[in-house]
Design a protein around this ligand. Structure first.
Ligand code: ANZ
Length: 804
């Protein structure tokens, strides 16, 4: 019988749909649970790309295996359906973005179904659906009531011409990326979420989860915890300011101070500054730069002195000049630094440009060419110099001693700082969740009652914001709030793209719940997610925000787990056949999964993407590879669809290989090593096709194969005489004893004389045979301490080791 994916693939997709094969009864607690999650796609206008099926096939294989192993599996799919492309479509056509979004969702769903994934579509969520964003708004409301969501004055990148706040990467050299209009830093009222409140738990939680080490590192760096000291410096002639330092041991090396140009201290000092004009011009320059531009290490250290201003070093009363420089950020620490050019490279460069002397205070390095920094001296036993009573102490001792002294003097405090700031939680966009917030006439904030949620997006005539206002500002009626005698104006910005995806994994468990975001008993049973697969590009965005929302809900007793995703795996990128990233810049390399399905079938595409290489690795697309995958599916099909190849006999030449294959494939599926699992299937097939295969092994093989190629798997299963789906059949088992290779004993010679006997199997190579021989004392006696110059190994016959 000819293998014909065009016939069997739609047939089984229809069967699964009609029989609700993959519908999960979440209330069935009789079996252990397994929750497999994919990062849900943004339903763009171009449909799936070749990268999507990669991660989705990986989770599909695992969820199919777990189901056969007796787990109650939840494997849902949905859409992250708020976002900019739909909004741009609405602006340019005047049509509501929902129509565009729904059409794309339909295309995506069709494509995903065509690939044979075992999703429970009854659990589907869409973040732009009011029944979903009802609860996004509700959780935001709780964050606000508990003081984690705040409305604060914040420095932002403001573009007057575009009338909007821009993110750092939308600004290039002080101009907007789009249009090249000037951008300035200015303070604006913003909705933010206080991430720092969760910093310690976010850090310690990393130890609880099975995530790639690199992703944990990225999160750790993003949080950027540092322990240091805040020290007050008096200004000659009155006033003071504080600095934050992580290197208090260098305090005797201060030769100047630097203030953030956009900070408060400079403003206060302005009347006393002698070179006001120069200072004001520099401040104006700074406001045009983004933080990214300002902190780049290789930038020249610009700035100017505040003439007439001197600060007093509290340890020795020494007066030092005060500068401003844009490498000091207003929003970090205290917005001021003590500059130690001998031990900080940025300060070193600044001192070169501005002709400031240097004092070395840590011994053991040369400071004439560049700074001798903490990375070079910490933990090396380096001692202090030029530091009065602290001379001779190690850096570590001095840190403590100097801090103690300053704290006792009442001019310093030990503090912890985090590099990540508030999460800006509002955008001047239409296609996002409306904020459940109203501003009353007296300026106070009113949050909507629960029965006013969801607050739905109004239809607009024009989806473009006017005069620098948010698009929702056009909705005059909607904006005016008058409810139960309370009058005010609604917040017109919407939540950022990452809001819905920060909690969607809860909603899949109970997507139709009208009374709460999900039933607590269900959450207790189903959380955490056992396996989460998605791209590494989400390391700090989505994967951090999800952990923050979960931490909050956990604290509040609404999430049963301290971490939402137990195990995380990133799939690698699928590159163009020339090894270049597929995508916008190289449209000729974009592979549309539907084209491959049309030509070869979904099972071939699935097998190919899993066989390309390790899941986590980036790998180039290869058309020959797809052909090869198709040949293998054909081979499996041709062999098992022919009843002449199936025997009733069980004592068979295939026994050992079958048991080894079950062991290896099970292990590899568990550890997401799909390429090696498929390689083992190939080894098995090569052997099997030399003769007949016992029915038991045929069935076991087809079960494993069906996880990768579910349509062919189901069809072969029915040809083997079954009339129900393979999806709930018991996973094949193996016996360790039957996996063992036959051992043959052979004599080991050293320089021609037999010195012992070693047991070797067919699998042993010259190297492994030598290793095993060395483990025998009577043999090793003659090898130890000598050079092995030659090894002669003839399988099953001789092992001769020549030593000198
Ligand atoms: C004196 C000093 C001497 C420093 C030395 C370093 C080396 P992390 O680890 O990132 O927290 N700093 C403090 N506030 C700053 C601001 N607003 N903008 C730019 N830099 C700032 O780094 C803390 C160090 O960064 C602090 O320690 C301070 O420089 C600088 F040999 O103080 B240090």
């Amino acid at each position: 019988m000819e293998y014909n994916p065009k016939a069997i693939e739609p047939k089984w997709q229809k069967y699964w749909e009609e029989h609700e094969t993959f519908k999960t009864d979440v209330w069935d607690f009789s079996k252990p649970k397994y929750y497999v999650l994919d990062m849900f796609p943004y339903p763009s206008g171009v449909g799936l790309h070749a990268g999507h099926p990669e991660g989705y096939t990986a989770t599909d294989i695992v969820s199919r295996m777990k189901r056969m192993q007796g787990y109650n599996v939840l494997h849902p799919m949905g859409y992250d359906s708020f976002g900019l492309p739909a909004e741009q479509y609405a602006v340019s056509t005047g049509n509501h973005p929902n129509g565009f979004t729904e059409k794309n969702i339909e295309t995506f769903t069709g494509q995903l179904k065509e690939l044979g994934f075992d999703y429970d579509w009854s659990k589907m969520v869409k973040t732009s659906d009011p029944s979903f964003y009802h609860w996004t708004q509700w959780i935001f409301k709780q964050l606000y009531l508990d003081g984690y969501a705040k409305y604060v004055d914040m420095p932002v990148n403001w573009c007057e011409e575009l009338g909007t706040v821009l993110s750092n990467d939308e600004v290039i050299d002080g101009k907007s990326e789009r249009g090249g209009y000037p951008v300035v830093r200015k303070n604006m009222k913003q909705w933010v979420i206080d991430q720092q409140a969760f910093a310690e738990e976010l850090l310690s939680g990393l130890d609880e989860i099975d995530w790639p080490q690199s992703t944990k590192e990225i999160q750790k760096n993003w949080i950027g915890r540092s322990e240091g000291v805040e020290v007050d410096f008096k200004i000659v002639g009155g006033g003071e300011f504080s600095i934050y330092t992580t290197c208090i041991e260098t305090i005797y090396g201060i030769t100047f101070m630097v203030l953030a140009p956009d900070g408060e201290t400079v403003k206060e000092l302005m009347p006393r500054i002698e070179n006001k004009e120069e200072v004001e011009a520099y401040i104006a320059e700074t406001l045009k730069k983004t933080e990214m531009d300002r902190t780049e290490l290789n930038k020249t250290k610009s700035g100017c002195e505040l003439k007439g201003i001197h600060a007093i070093n509290p340890v020795n009363g020494k007066e030092v000049p005060v500068f401003i420089g844009d490498f000091v950020l207003g929003g970090y620490g205290t917005g001021a630094v003590m500059a130690v050019p001998s031990h900080d490279q940025r300060d070193f460069e600044y001192s070169e440009v501005h002709n400031i002397p240097r004092i070395q205070v840590i011994d053991g390095g040369d400071v004439s060419e560049h700074a001798f920094e903490k990375g070079d001296y910490l933990g090396k036993g380096c001692k202090l110099m030029n530091s009065e009573e602290f001379n001779g102490l190690t850096v570590e001792e001095a840190k403590e001693a100097i801090t103690d002294k300053l704290v006792k003097m009442g001019v310093a405090r030990r503090t912890v700082n985090y590099r990540f700031r508030e999460w800006i939680f509002a955008r001047q966009r239409y296609w996002g969740e409306p904020m459940p917030i109203v501003y009353l006439e007296d300026g106070s904030i009113h949050v909507l009652d629960d029965d006013e949620l969801p607050l739905e997006l109004p239809e607009l005539e024009d989806y473009k914001g006017k005069n620098g206002k948010a698009p929702l500002d056009n909705a005059t009626d909607w904006k005016n709030y008058d409810h139960n005698g309370i009058k005010g104006t609604r917040e017109t910005s919407t939540m950022p793209g990452s809001a819905g995806s920060s909690w969607y994994y809860f909603r899949y468990i109970d997507p139709d719940n009208k009374d709460e975001f999900a039933n607590q008993e269900l959450l207790k049973h189903w959380m955490p997610v056992d396996l989460y697969v998605g791209g590494p590009e989400h390391a700090v965005g989505h994967l951090m925000y999800s952990r923050i929302w979960n931490k909050y809900l956990y604290k509040k007793g609404l999430s049963p787990v301290s971490e939402p995703f137990k195990k995380l795996v990133h799939q690698g990128m699928i590159l163009g056949s020339n090894g270049i990233k597929m995508g916008k810049r190289f449209p000729e390399f974009v592979v549309n999964p539907s084209d491959i399905v049309e030509k070869y079938g979904a099972d071939t595409l699935r097998l190919y993407e899993m066989f390309m290489g390790a899941l986590e690795a980036s790998k180039p697309w290869s058309d020959q590879g797809v052909e090869g995958a198709r040949r293998f599916v054909n081979k499996v099909w041709n062999y098992f669809s022919n009843p002449d190849n199936i025997s009733e006999d069980n004592a068979d030449r295939l026994t050992r290989l079958y048991h080894q294959s079950v062991r290896k494939i099970t292990h590899d599926f568990e550890t997401l090593g799909f390429n090696t699992a498929i390689a083992q299937m190939m080894i098995f097939m090569n052997e099997a096709t030399k003769g007949t295969c016992p029915k038991e092994y045929a069935e076991g093989f087809v079960k494993m194969f069906s996880c990768v190629c579910p349509h062919a798997g189901e069809e072969l299963w029915s040809l083997l005489g079954h009339n129900e789906t393979i999806a709930y059949e018991a996973w094949p088992t193996y016996e360790e004893a039957l996996c063992k290779e036959d051992v043959i004993e052979i004599g080991v010679q050293v320089n021609g004389k037999v010195r012992g006997v070693v047991g070797l199997t067919d699998d042993d190579t010259q190297e492994s045979a030598l290793e095993k021989a060395k483990a025998i004392d009577s043999v090793n006696k003659f090898i130890d301490g000598k050079n092995v110059v030659k090894v002669i190994y003839v399988k099953g016959k001789i092992l001769n080791i020549v030593v000198k």
